[in-house]
Design a protein around this ligand. Structure first.
Ligand code: C2E
Ligand code: CA
Ligand code: CA
Ligand code: CA
Length: 285
């Protein structure tokens, strides 16, 4: 541990850190963290594979903890989901992200294209009675067209949902909001269940991208991705791939028919100013 002055300490070893910070203390601090504006959002570009154009960005929340430094969402989203704080936290993320997308559009950051923002939705938010009204009011307050928002819902959160539970998402989809099935391929959906979901996009889980790392890639892995892509296209869903880290993965996934991609090969998640700067550079400004 490294002294920071006073009796505050910052642990240097992230693994030690992970074990030392108790879930209990993090959970207890969540409400104060939301009050105290300790959360912030990074944006990661979503890239169209055909021509490399940026279509928008996914909003990814982080927690700048006063004692433990920046914590990733895997450390605190499950805790917020458990206590229900995910509802106000998720609404805050939605507001920030929608406002950010609006600012990009007003500034003409995407050129002639209207940049989109993707926001993750937890199961608890999905089942909240005010989801549709809240989302609509956030969009209206900011003046963002519904088409410029995409909500990402994990495949596993939807798979057990009955028609009543899907109704809010269907309403949002009818308003023009995009719905993406996140982490697709990890939740064992079947064809029948996919058909009834009001989704516009399927986000292929990072594990599939990782499978293409070997040279040459396992032909079975290639055929599985090819099969998922053709199934998605048959259902009129676009396919976004996650976790693209190398040019070789990008090339293979483009050849396999994936529509969009996201990953460190294109850009790591970063502050909104970095995203705007990258966009300006790409436009040759
Ligand atoms: P996700 O929705 O699957 O988001 C993609 C994750 O992959 C992000 O992790 C991102 O930083 C990471 N990633 C992007 N490109 C690459 C790559 O090329 N290689 C590798 N290895 N990783 C890459 P992150 O930011 O730690 O977020 C983790 C998860 O936390 C997200 O997974 C999402 O499920 C959840 N999350 C993030 N923000 C929110 C939020 O505002 N609300 C909710 N409910 N969940 C959120
Ligand atoms: Ca996501
Ligand atoms: Ca994902
Ligand atoms: Ca994931």
């Amino acid at each position: 541990a490294k002294a920071q002055g006073g009796n505050r300490y910052e642990l240097a070893d992230p693994d030690l850190d992970a074990r030392a910070i108790s879930r209990h203390s993090l959970t207890n601090r969540l409400p104060a963290a939301l009050e105290g504006a300790e959360f912030f959002i990074e944006y990661q570009p979503l890239v169209r594979m055909a021509d490399g154009c940026v279509e928008g960005a996914e909003a990814l929340v982080r927690w700048d903890h006063p004692r433990h430094g920046v914590l990733g969402p895997d450390r605190f989203i499950p805790l917020a989901e458990h206590t229900g704080l995910i509802v106000p936290l998720g609404r805050w993320v939605l507001e920030q992200a929608v406002r950010q997308a609006c600012e990009w559009q007003v500034r003409g950051i995407g050129g002639t294209r209207q940049l989109r923002v993707n926001v993750n939705l937890s199961p608890r938010q999905l089942h909240h009675p005010h989801l549709v009204a809240d989302t609509v009011s956030v969009l209206q307050n900011a003046g963002l067209p519904p088409e410029s928002l995409c909500l990402e819902v994990t495949e596993s959160a939807l798979i057990r949902a009955d028609d009543d539970e899907l109704k809010p998402l269907r309403q949002l989809a009818e308003l023009g909001v995009g719905i993406a099935l996140d982490d697709f391929g990890t939740g064992y959906s079947n064809l029948a269940s996919l058909r009834r979901l009001p989704a516009s996009t399927l986000k292929l889980d990072r594990s599939f991208t990782q499978g293409l790392q070997q040279h040459p890639a396992d032909p079975v892995d290639l055929r599985v991705v090819e099969g998922i892509v053709s199934l998605a296209h048959a259902l009129e869903l676009s396919v976004t791939v996650e976790g693209v880290e190398t040019a070789s993965q990008a090339d293979q996934l483009r050849t396999l028919g994936c529509d969009s991609a996201q990953g460190w090969y294109y850009a790591r998640p970063g502050p909104p100013e970095r995203f705007s700067a990258q966009m300006a550079m790409a436009a040759g400004q």
